[in-house]
Every structure is written in C-alpha cells, then in structure tokens.
Design a protein around this ligand. Structure first.
Ligand code: CMX
Length: 472
C-alpha cells in the first residue's frame, strides 16, 4: 500500500513566516521513513554535536602547519569537516565507520528490493552517507522509486546537451549540463525568497536528490550523442533502480553482470572523505552558497583531471598499449619492462599511488573480487593483465623510489571491466565516476548547510611574505 506524506519533523522545526515549504511530496510506503524524514531526524543531533565540540575544544590544537604542508598541496592537514567517510592510510575508506566489506554485508542489494543482482545498491550507499544509518529494504525501494520519478531531464537540458559538439570531451559536456540544471534550483529560489539559514539544508537536499536522479539520464544522453550507443530517449522505468535504468539507457539493460558491476562501482566510488579534488571542490564552491547543481558541476571539472578521476580513462589506454606490446599471457618480466618504459619516459603509472593511502586501495580489492566471481571476467585477457600488473607494479614502483604508495588505486581496475563488458569508449569512463561522486559530495553539502558552516577562506601568503614571517 502506498501513501503520500510531507516531512513533518522538518515542518515543525520551521517558523511560519519564511518557512521553506517542502514542495515535492515523495512516494512513501506505509510505515517507512522517507530519506528526508531520516535526514531531518539526524540534523538536530549533528547540530548538538557541533555545538558541544565548539564549546569543549574550540582552542584545541589539531597539529602544526609546516612550510612543507603549505608548499605540498596541504597534505595531511586536518582542516575540513566531512561527515560521510574517513580515509585511513592503512585501513582504507570507512563510510560512517563501515568498511567496504562491512557495507557489502549490510547494505540492501537489488535482490533485496525485488530485482536481480547481488551487489549493494548506490541508493543504499546514499542513504548511509546522508544519515549514518543502514536503510531497510523498504526504505531503499522507496528511495529508488523517488529517484525514478525524478529522473527525466527537462527539455531545455536535453537541447543544451544535444547542442554540444561530439568532439567535446564527455566530462566537459557532463559538467556543463549539470550546471544548466540550476535553472530549476529550489535552493537558489528559496534563497531569493529569503529562506532562513537554519532551513538552507532542506532545499539543498531537494536539489541534491533531484540531481542524483538526473545524472544517469544526462550521462546516457552524452553517451548516445557522442558514441551513438544507448536508446537515445532515456526512458525511465519506475520499477527499476537507479543503475538498472542507467544500464537500460546506455544499452546494457540485458547484461546482468554489467548492471551489477555498475552498482558496485558507483556505490564504492561515492565518497572518499573530503580532501580529494572533486569532493573538496563541491564543498568549497558550495560554501559560497552556490546551489548543488553549480557546486557539483565544479566538482566534476576537478574530477576530469588526469591525476584524479580521469585516471580511469588513462589506465585503460595505457593497459591496452601494454597488451599490444606484451600480448596475452605476458610474463612478469615483460610487464616490468613496460612499467620501466613508462617511468623512464617521465610519465606516471596510471592507477598507482595515492595522496593518502599507503596500502592497496580496498576499492581496487572489491572490484578485483567482483572479477573473480564472474566467469566472463575471470577469463578476460585484459582483466588478467591488469590483475597481473597489480602484483608486479608495486615492486617496480618501490625500486623507482618516488611514489609514497606503490600500490594500485581504484582506477587500476575499474576501466578494464567496463571494456570487457563491451563499453570500450574509455574517454567516457570518468562520466561514470561522476555519476557516483555525487553520492558523497552532495550529502556533505546538505550537512554543511544543516550545520551552518561558513564560507571557506584559508589564508594564502606570497613567498616574500613567507620569508618575512619565517625570519622573525
Ligand atoms: N607513477 C610514477 N610516479 C608516481 C606515481 C606513479 N603512479 N605516483 C606518485 N609518483 C611520483 C609523483 O609524481 C611525485 O613525483 P615528483 O616528486 O617528481 O613530483 C612522487 O612520486 C611523490 O608523489 P606522492 O607523494 O607519492 O603522491 P602524490 O600525493 O603527490 O600524488 C597521485 C598522488 C594519485 C596524484 C599520484 O600517485 C599519481 O599521479 N598517480 C597516478 C595517477 C592516478 O592513478 N590517479 C588516480 C588517484 C585516485 C583518484 O583520485 O581517483
């Protein structure tokens, strides 16, 4: 049985004069919380926690700032609040304290909501990231239905996407299309109407859900326009989950392995704490109260850099070059030689190293585990080559002696699986990463606003000013 309901907790918290009215009513199954209800329950506790932190520790020292931090990309400085996940250099990512294997055990899968597929759903990860709670199967089913109901693109956005030259990089198209949706931003409108600061988070959440719902259709339209693949109409089936629909739109609706891979890929790429370029950019731009579409568009432009998200495109091109050179069943010494050729030419080995991790990336391990469970991937020559390389490369990188982390990161594995499933257009791969990163970056934006965090404005110094300061 289904009924419609409005978020009552949020409404109670608001004063009547300039109250933000929750405009859209979401589909609700009887006795099941909506995501908005769940967030509204979490917000007062988070506000209380922040108040207590400030009261108890405002002057506490979190470490020293050294010149090497300032000159070295602010590595290691604890200067951002980020609720969804924390990255430990030796243990890897934890989403509200849960490792990837923990999430694989407890987060609802497609099977749990009546579809086929064993991997955790991105909807489940989104719920966890936003609320810190593991959703019930019914809550995930309801969220899936809400996303499907909001997934269709407005016609102006379709026209904008169709006007891009096919030769424009898919990530540039993606970021531009996302920015264009701020035409309909509920946050921007509410701000114009004078919404109270304590209520900013509500239209931010509405925009965030709306954007997450629409990312698959944007990505699929770009895929169709540039590569001529997919259904070209981005029809949404209200009975399918977010990635079931996305897979359908890009022409993989019948490929169970690919659909489940995309669910896993998108769930585990969702968040990687706050300091990485895409997440940090969303937070920084959002701190100026730019709406979620603008903030996330900026994040996508950061994700498009080769040292960040574009690495998964780079890895595939590089691995195929290696395959051409060393052939199938390559020996370890052939692979080593190829690695040395890359390093001696002054390039980085894509898919290896990390600014924080000092271990093989658990996301790489999760994707490798997926490959081991699927016969169609286990026997793939490109998957085998990538896996073999992951065993050889750390030795070579250690001997090379530069990178602080010689182990594979997530990008080492992600592309070869897409390639094996037939999605061979690797300049598109970062777009898939871009669908995912919203699951972490946008919830933090909601939290930033629920907590009333200020505009971000660190201090910069010129070299002259530094010299003067340090001589004192
Ligand atoms: N191959 C060769 N050299 C590498 C390397 C690699 N994979 N990783 C790091 N190095 C080099 C750096 O370029 C740097 O050299 P210089 O001193 O000449 O500048 C030196 O080792 C020290 O770097 P680091 O402190 O270990 O790493 P950083 O924190 O500076 O950079 C990262 C991290 C990810 C940008 C880097 O490891 C890299 O370029 N990797 C390849 C690209 C890649 O896979 N990026 C994806 C990361 C995951 C993601 O964000 O999606």
């Amino acid at each position: 049985m289904m009924s419609l309901s409005i978020n009552r907790a949020a409404m109670r918290a608001a004063a009547p004069a300039r109250q933000y009215a929750i405009a859209s009513q979401s589909v609700r199954f009887a006795s099941t919380k909506t995501l908005k209800d769940a967030v509204a329950e979490v917000v007062p506790a988070k506000r209380e926690q922040l108040k207590k932190l400030k009261a108890d520790y405002n002057d506490a020292n979190l470490g020293q700032i050294k010149l090497e931090n300032l000159l070295g990309g602010m590595r290691g400085l604890k200067v951002m609040l980020w609720e969804g996940s924390v990255l430990d250099s030796e243990r890897g990512i934890a989403f509200h304290g849960k490792s990837i294997p923990d999430c694989e055990k407890v987060l609802p899968t497609a099977q749990d909501i009546g579809l086929s597929g064993k991997e955790m759903l991105p909807e489940s990860m989104l719920w966890l990231l936003l609320t810190g709670q593991v959703p019930s199967k019914e809550e995930v089913k309801q969220l899936s239905a809400e996303l499907a109901s909001k997934g269709k693109l407005p016609s102006y956005a379709e026209k904008i996407i169709d006007s891009f030259p096919k030769t424009m990089h898919p990530m540039t198209q993606f970021a531009s299309a996302v920015a264009s949706l701020n035409h309909d931003s509920k946050f921007a409108e509410a701000y114009k109407q004078g919404v109270r600061k304590t209520e900013y988070w509500q239209p931010t959440l509405e925009d965030s859900i709306d954007l997450i719902a629409k990312l698959p259709a944007i990505a699929a339209r770009i895929y169709h326009n540039v590569f001529g693949r997919g259904d070209g109409v981005q029809k949404i089936d209200s009975n399918l989950d977010l990635i079931g629909n996305y897979s359908q739109m890009i022409g993989y609706g019948d490929n169970e392995g690919m659909i489940d891979y995309l669910r896993l890929y998108i769930a585990i790429h969702g968040d990687h704490e706050g300091g990485n370029v895409s997440a940090h950019t969303a937070h920084l731009v959002g701190s100026a109260l730019s709406d979620p579409y603008l903030s996330y568009s900026a994040a996508l432009l950061g994700l498009a850099g080769p040292l960040h998200g574009l690495a998964n495109q780079e890895v595939l091109g590089w691995a195929l070059d290696m395959q051409k050179k060393v052939g199938d069943n390559a020996s370890e010494s052939d692979i080593k030689e190829f690695l040395w050729t890359t390093l001696k030419s002054g390039r980085v080995v894509p898919g290896y190293g990390h600014a924080v991790l000092r271990m093989p990336d658990p996301r790489f391990s999760a994707l490798s585990r997926f490959c081991d469970t699927r016969p169609e991937l286990k026997n793939s020559s490109i998957v085998q080559l990538v896996q073999k390389t992951s065993k050889v490369a750390p030795e070579v990188l250690k001997e090379h002696g530069k990178t602080k982390n010689p182990y594979p990161n997530v990008d080492a594995a992600s592309g070869c699986v897409l390639y094996e499933y037939g999605l061979k257009e690797w300049s598109y791969y970062t777009v898939i990463f871009g669908i995912s990163r919203a699951l972490g970056a946008l919830p933090q934006l909601v939290m930033d606003r629920a907590l009333g965090l200020p505009i971000e404005r660190p201090k910069s110094l010129s070299m002259d000013a530094l010299e003067e300061l340090l001589k004192k």
